[in-house]
Design a protein around this ligand. Structure first.
Ligand SMILES: [Zn+2]
Length: 131
């Protein structure tokens, strides 16, 4: 989804990540209606930029970097830095990166991650995870 720079009549500005068709949210500070700010880097109306890919989507192998092509590796590093900056501003993008400890059986629908409380197995537990 694209990133939009929004501004309200009072001058508050911030970014949102949402689909092109979604309605613009009211200002976080004062609740007034917001509008998209045209990008200074592009033509008017092209304020949207594409999201840098998540780390999981980056090349994971040497061959994936064209055997370490310096130009390509440099571009990957810049992409990763943009992603990190973006995730600092939008932590919801990063999701849950804690290590998964269990993902089978009762944890299939909701993997157990490090730091999660381990649910106690009750006497009548059939192994099916409840609500
Ligand atoms: Zn405002």
């Amino acid at each position: 989804m694209p990133i939009y720079q929004l501004r309200c009549p009072a001058g508050h500005g911030y970014e949102v990540i949402q689909s092109f068709a979604a309605a613009l949210p009211p200002c976080r500070e004062c609740g007034q209606p917001t509008s998209k700010v045209p990008s200074v880097f592009g033509l008017a109306g092209q304020a949207e930029r594409s999201l840098p890919p998540a780390p999981e989507a980056m090349p994971q192998t040497w061959r994936g970097t064209f055997n370490g092509d310096p130009e390509y590796v440099g571009s990957l590093r810049r992409t990763a830095e943009r992603r990190r900056d973006l995730e600092e501003r939008h932590p919801e993008l990063a999701g849950d990166r804690r290590p998964v400890l269990a993902h089978e059986g009762r944890y299939e629908s909701a993997p157990l991650r490090r730091g999660d409380p381990v649910p106690r197995r009750s006497a009548g537990d059939s192994g099916v995870s409840g609500p």
